[in-house]
Design a protein around this ligand. Structure first.
Ligand SMILES: *Cc1c(COP(=O)(O)O)cnc(C)c1O
Length: 437
């Protein structure tokens, strides 16, 4: 399988190369040159995830050096479940819980697959790899966890000092060993700028290779199609009908993965992109004008994206606006609605949503009545995608539900580790100095 750039001006590359490069030479994003087609009735069970993951990912790695390693890669990346639970049988409402990994957010799936793949691509005499990640919260933790203690790989996490929640800060600073956590006296944009500058500064690549392991890497995106395949197959096998997903969306990686799952033949019907007040995508679908804007801080901090990078992948798939509108719909939700939804669904269902998941739950509550039936007039199966565990955002959630959410074992284990970080100024020389130590 070859991967081509969304901008069409870079040479096609194989799976390993797409993973190592992250971004194509022409500045575009890698997408598969063609799509395999699966027959749902011939796919393995939805649980455990690893065998299904191997079947879905194998065609994409065909003819690549990694092809024979796919079963080993998915065994590492999919070693925790993605439970699908019924929330409200009367409304055919489900939740897909993607927060049972080491850092309790869906990003663990992609980060762990990429880490397992890069570790194998790089074995044998190559230079050490340094991964620089700027993070406003979840990404840095997932990447740090995935690469922690991998030989020959060093991770440098930059986060804005005082601008992440105490819980998030712990997750970014509890690793040690080959993970270096840097609290930058500045904003997330400063962290991102420093990473960009480091990539252009020869000092940083003098004795090692550099990577950003960021979310546009196809090695993080492709594995995310697996849990959509699993959930839709489970629903199709029990109800005979397809599944529709409502996805808390920011940079659109998770939603693009869902469109890919549908494209390769999974029984998926509607896909709703649920955004916070960063409404570039809903506005684009409504008006046809793609207007990037500065990001707005909301309660759903991991979705604070003013100009989602993966929109480029969606537009490559659906170049005509009409086609895109048929493929997905998009809605926007305010902070006041997030708070009210966390309260309401806790009372009604006894479920506690994280602020991101609450955006999707609100989008479900706002669905037009006609959308509750499919084309054949049957009840439509709606799945709220739960992207993070509420305990990661307990500072926000606790006052709304009148008590702290229960901390799951995976997070509790992180909270027990000592926290260690270096505080630095928001400058490139400060970053260099920190790494020299
Ligand atoms: C990253 C993240 C999102 C947004 O996902 P995208 O793939 O960027 O659209 C939503 N919720 C949580 C909890 C996240 O960490």
């Amino acid at each position: 399988m070859q991967f081509v750039s969304t901008r069409g001006a870079a040479a096609p590359v194989g799976f390993s190369t797409a993973l190592v490069r992250g971004l194509a030479d022409d500045g575009g994003l890698y997408v598969p040159a063609r799509w395999p087609a699966f027959n749902p009735s011939q796919l393995p069970a939805a649980e455990p995830l690893a065998p299904l993951a191997a079947r879905i990912i194998e065609p994409f790695a065909a003819q690549d050096a990694l092809a024979a390693q796919v079963p080993a890669l998915v065994a590492e990346a999919f070693d925790f479940p993605a439970p699908l639970e019924v929330v409200d049988p009367a409304r055919s409402l489900y939740v897909l819980e993607l927060f049972h990994g080491p850092t309790a957010a869906f990003k663990d799936f992609g980060a762990r697959f990429l880490a397992a793949a890069l570790a194998r691509i790089r074995t044998g005499g190559t230079r050490p790899l340094r991964i620089l990640v700027a993070t406003s919260g979840d990404t840095g933790g997932a990447v740090a966890a995935a690469f922690h203690r991998r030989p020959g790989i060093e991770v440098v996490v930059l986060f804005p000092k005082g601008l992440v929640t105490p819980t998030q800060e712990r997750q970014l600073t509890c690793w040690g060993d080959n993970v270096h956590s840097l609290a930058v006296r500045g904003t997330f944009d400063d962290c991102q700028r420093m990473v960009k500058q480091a990539f252009e500064d020869p000092w940083f690549s003098a004795d090692r290779d550099l990577s950003s392991a960021n979310s546009i890497n196809i090695g993080r995106l492709l594995p995310q199609a697996v849990y959509y395949a699993a959930a839709s197959l489970a629903i199709w096998r029990t109800t005979g009908a397809s599944a529709s997903f409502i996805i808390p969306s920011g940079n659109l990686g998770n939603s693009v993965a869902c469109t890919w799952a549908r494209l390769v033949g999974m029984p998926i019907d509607r896909i709703v992109l649920a955004h916070d007040a960063n409404r570039m995508v809903p506005d684009y679908l409504a008006t046809g004008e793609a207007r990037p804007r500065p990001s707005i801080a909301t309660l759903a901090s991991a979705m604070n994206v003013g100009n989602p990078s993966n929109l480029e992948r969606l537009r490559a798939l659906f170049p005509q606006l009409e086609g895109l509108r048929e493929a997905v719909s998009a809605v926007t939700v305010t902070d006041a609605q997030i708070e009210a939804r966390i309260r309401a669904d806790h009372q009604r269902y006894g479920r506690v949503w994280c602020p991101h998941t609450a955006v999707a739950a609100q989008a479900f509550a706002d669905l037009a009545p006609a959308l509750h039936r499919d084309a054949a007039g049957r009840p439509r199966n709606w799945v709220i995608v739960a992207t993070a565990h509420p305990a990661k955002f307990r500072e926000i959630v606790a006052p709304l539900i009148g008590g702290a959410p229960v901390v799951p074992e995976n997070l509790a284990r992180l909270f027990e580790r000592p926290s260690r970080y270096l505080e630095i100024d928001a400058t490139l020389p400060a970053l260099r100095e920190a790494l020299r130590q």
